[in-house]
Ligand binder design. Structure first.
Ligand code: PEP
Ligand code: MG
Length: 324
């Protein structure tokens, strides 16, 4: 099987009925680029920049960050790179940035909530990104957006930093898409409103499942509740995709589910545009998509979204279709 997948390395991702989709890779550092290239990914769909902060003894400087972002953009040779602004907090800590002890860290001070509060950290990151944008196709997304106000505030800060750099004569791309992670249920429910203001969504199922099911993503005692194919998750995902498309925007997924053998057929049926996963999954999923026809899957996904009751219903639905 590995040998068969290997042959797909330099091929585009096309389904049995001729539809093209982008399979991108998730990375944590510029060192991960080689794996992305070796596995023939069509872009980077999630660059988790918090690793830059976690590997450092102090806040990374604007230049440190600029160099890392530039390396990734240049390495991808004009292919799209979606950079997520810092997602610290929850289970990710920085020795040099003490965060308050919290009862519920995953519901607490993290990600965009920190960025909007500690704006000097956020503005430094945005300046580094803006400067790097001249070296490739940069897209930026904000993690853990829960309200439209948060997105508007983040966008405003981005625009301010951009204007300041442009006024100074710094070269900055005029074509940076600004999007958001869809990982907070409140935002997913209001996706139709968000879609009017963002350039794209990237669905973060790792967190979206945890928050929708009220089940800690790392807690084995409640892992039975962590159900990627639960109809509630599928309905949210469908609503996010449809809302994006209604406004002419694109929707991707960068949580683990994007590379899942059961989920991929359902996502194709729902019309998800971009699939971002660990580099080692890219060829497996490309091979799977080649065998699938989106026309059939549309019906399958409709059925899953409107008729299914349990996680297992959907698992069986897809399995019986694949083994047919
Ligand atoms: C997610 O929540 O699905 C996601 C991709 O982000 P992370 O796993 O970094 O929280
Ligand atoms: Mg997340």
């Amino acid at each position: 099987q590995k040998a068969e997948w290997e042959k797909l390395k330099n091929e585009a991702t096309v389904t049995a009925d001729g539809k093209h989709f982008d399979i991108a890779a998730n990375i944590g550092t510029p060192d991960d680029l080689q794996g992305v290239i070796d596995n023939g990914a069509e872009g980077v769909g999630l660059y988790r920049t918090e690793f830059l902060y976690m590997q450092s003894e102090e806040l990374p400087t604007e230049d440190d960050q600029f160099n890392a972002y530039k390396k990734v953009l240049e390495g991808m040779n004009g292919k799209a790179v979606v950079v997520r602004t810092m997602d610290i907090g929850g289970d990710k800590h920085l020795s040099y940035l003490p965060l308050p002890e919290e009862m519920n860290p995953f519901l607490g001070y993290r990600a965009i909530r920190i960025s909007l509060d500690r704006q000097e950290i956020f503005r430094t990151q945005l300046r580094a990104l803006l400067r790097a944008s001249a070296f490739g196709q940069l897209r930026i997304m904000f993690p853990m957006i829960g309200t439209l106000q948060e997105f508007r505030d983040a966008k405003k800060i981005f625009e301010e930093e951009k204007s300041k750099l442009v006024a100074k004569g710094v070269e900055v791309s005029d074509n940076i898409q600004l999007g958001m992670m869809m990982e907070v249920p409140a935002a997913a429910i209001l996706a139709d409103q968000f879609a009017k203001e963002v350039d794209f969504f990237s669905i973060g199922t790792n967190d979206l499942i945890q928050y929708t099911m009220a089940a800690d993503r790392g807690n084995e005692h409640v892992s039975y509740l962590y159900q990627p194919y639960n109809p509630s998750i599928l309905r949210l995902v469908k609503h996010v995709i449809d809302s994006a498309h209604k406004e002419g925007k694109w929707a991707g997924m960068c949580g683990e589910a994007a590379g899942d053998n059961i989920m991929v057929p359902l996502l194709l049926g729902m019309g998800l545009d971009e699939y971002s996963m660990s580099a080692t999954s890219v060829l497996r999923v490309r091979s799977l998509m080649k065998k699938l026809s989106t026309a059939d899957l549309k019906e399958l996904a409709e059925k899953a979204v409107s008729e299914s009751v349990t996680n297992e219903d959907n698992e069986k639905l897809v399995e019986s279709y694949i083994n047919k």
